[in-house]
Design a protein around this ligand. Structure first.
Ligand SMILES: Cc1cc2nc3c(=O)[nH]c(=O)nc-3n(C[C@H](O)[C@H](O)[C@H](O)COP(=O)(O)OP(=O)(O)OC[C@H]3O[C@@H](n4cnc5c(N)ncnc54)[C@H](O)[C@@H]3O)c2cc1C
Length: 329
């Protein structure tokens, strides 16, 4: 029994995703209080660069080097991680509230007969040493604080940007090779390939900054001004259901109840009225800026900073000013 803090590493094209560094950074902070080791599970093949980047962020890297793990399928991951979980019994196993995390963790929890807190926006350790997971319910109207029963591991998926990445991680992980428990002939799912969207930026759930345009943008070609602003800020472009329904933008960029929940450090809304279905998706953003020409637009109730004005004047002016300001940094 290891009693350690385990983080499932996510990677794409051999590079570890930021959410993994966020979770390992949190793990390091918790381990300073509890004395537990921080370990990460890395599954895939051709992961030399990933191992190198993870080394300062963990005490141990459990490396399952097998081509069946790339790209991710729950079919391939499940038997191997479930077997590791049973053998080592970590205290807690966390992953990103990403499409991988949301697909894998409920299945793992079932296999390990353990508790699972999905889509968390906070983790802490109580006086009794038990982990507490905080998660928004009813679209962020209330937050539930959940503790786990005696079953181990305690399992949670955590949203992007819940924790900051430690800029000076001080660990030096030992790599522990683990034999895969996955039988390639038993795999029922096969990923045929990936298609990258044209000009793809980070997914809106992963981006630190999201700039979003709503129906106030008036025409699909006008989103060019949002793309220009996003380029300057290294942001991703989100939107509302109104523009998706119009066929102006892709569903993958929709924020809200029937779209995605985002936890960006900075969310900027342009020409978005602030309907409840939309704002349900931004309740855990750190700072919200809204621009709308209607002073009574509901979005101002949720914004930290608001500008009443015409977005077609404000967005290009903002882009120019930010370009100047950021070029001198
Ligand atoms: C079951 C259900 C689920 C839904 N799920 C979602 C969801 O996931 N996400 C979502 O977004 N919506 C969702 N909706 C729809 C939601 O209720 C709203 O209809 C939608 O969010 C409105 O989008 P909008 O703000 O872009 O458009 P509008 O409400 O039309 O707002 C446009 C805004 O632009 C402003 N504007 C216009 N011109 C300018 C200008 N020149 N400069 C500045 N401002 C300007 C206007 O003042 C207005 O405030 C859902 C609805 C239902 C019923």
């Amino acid at each position: 029994m290891s009693n350690d803090i385990w983080v499932l590493a996510e990677h794409q094209d051999g590079k570890v995703k930021k959410i993994t560094f966020e979770l390992l950074s949190a793990g390091i902070e918790f381990s300073k209080k509890t004395g537990q080791k921080v370990a990460t599970l890395l599954l895939g093949s051709g992961l030399e660069e990933a191992v190198k980047s993870l080394t300062p962020f963990a005490d141990e890297i459990y490396l399952l080097d097998d081509p069946s793990f790339t790209p991710y399928t729950s079919d391939a991951y499940l038997p191997s991680i479930a077997s590791l979980g049973k053998e080592y019994q970590p205290s807690i196993l966390i992953g990103g509230a990403t499409s991988t995390g949301k697909d894998l963790f409920p299945r793992l929890a079932m296999h390990l007969q353990s508790g699972y807190a999905p889509d968390c926006t906070g983790l802490s350790i109580g006086e009794d040493g038990k982990w507490m997971a905080r998660r928004p319910l009813f679209g962020g109207k209330i937050f539930a604080e959940m503790v786990f029963s005696e079953a181990r591991p305690q399992m949670a998926t955590v949203r992007n940007n819940t924790f900051l990445v430690n800029e000076n991680p001080d660990r030096s992980a030992k790599v522990i090779p683990i034999a895969s428990k996955t039988d390639p002939s038993a795999l029922r799912k096969k990923v045929a390939g990936f298609e990258k969207a044209a000009g793809a930026k980070l997914d809106i759930t992963e981006a630190d900054i999201v700039v979003a345009g709503g129906r106030g943008i008036k025409a699909p070609e006008n989103f060019k001004i949002m793309e220009d602003l996003a380029d300057v800020l290294n942001a991703s472009v989100g939107t509302t259901r109104a523009t998706v329904d119009e066929g102006w933008r892709d569903l993958k960029d929709q924020i809200g109840k029937s779209g995605k929940n985002i936890s960006a450090k900075l969310y900027m809304a342009f020409g978005i009225s602030g309907a409840i279905h939309h704002v349900l998706g931004i309740t855990t953003c750190k700072t919200v800026v809204a621009v709308d020409n209607d002073p009574n637009a509901l979005i101002f109730n949720y914004a930290d900073y608001g500008i009443v004005g015409d977005l077609f004047q404000i967005v290009p002016a903002l882009t120019e000013e930010l370009k100047k300001a950021l070029s001198s940094v």
